[in-house]
Design a binder for this molecule. Sequence first.
Ligand code: ADP
Length: 177
Amino acid sequence: LEPKEEFDHSSLTVDVMRPRRSDPALAVLTQESMTVGEVEALVESTHYSGFPVVVSQESQRLVGFVLRRDLIISIDNARKRQEGIVSASQVLFTEHAPAQDADGPPPLRLRGILDLSPFTVTDHTPMDITVDIFRKLGLRQCLVTHNGRLLGIITKKDILKHMAQIANRDPDSILFN
Ligand code: ADP
């Protein structure tokens, strides 16, 4: 992101973040209610570089952010080297394990690969401020919240695409809109 590039002052982060209205929902992981098999299915069915981790689907409270490649490596390693890790094993991003089902397989603990303080902005943050944060902190992605709940994600590429769209617009339409 070039510092000298001008940004459209009227847009808000909500206008540039994903998912858009027509997109599939944000792909998130829950902190303690998914199995290894469910996490693998989500990773395989999407191409995203990372996944927000939330307390629960209902709450959408943000716990952290996990990179796709770290998830793949950790699960592959655990399946090969860790006793009892199977598709039905619970994936735990929490510090403490919930009371364990004595009959079930042991859980896979993945708190170690979780970024516990991912950068966030609110949906109503003006885009020029969000762009400034990306530039100054060298971010690749940033999560978007609304009233403390996770709403979406915005990547550096989303911003660059949005800038390109603005640049390609007829200058008159920018001036008079
Ligand atoms: P990039 O934008 O650098 O290609 P990604 O591959 O992570 O990065 O994201 C591709 C697109 O999907 C972007 O528009 C981004 O906003 C969106 N996206 C990223 N992560 C998720 C996710 N977990 N759920 C839904 N959409 C996402």
